[in-house]
Design a protein. Structure first.
Length: 61
């Protein structure tokens, strides 16, 4: 049985069956994981920007 874009052999079978999920669910979770990672990065950058703004205001006084 072929899975997604894979061929016969060379690890494709493990890729297809190792998660126990169909391909569309596996790729959706990767998309969700990337979205969560980007949201965390956004939050960290916003917090860092606020620290920079506070430091600038402190130095202007």
């Amino acid at each position: 049985m072929r899975c997604m874009r894979g061929g016969w052999g060379r690890g494709w079978k493990r890729r297809c069956y190792s998660t126990g999920k169909p391909g569309w669910m596996r790729y959706e979770s990767e998309r969700d994981e990337k979205l969560r990672m980007l949201e965390r990065m956004r939050d960290e950058l916003e917090a860092e920007l606020e620290e920079i703004k506070r430091e600038i205001e402190r130095l202007r006084r």
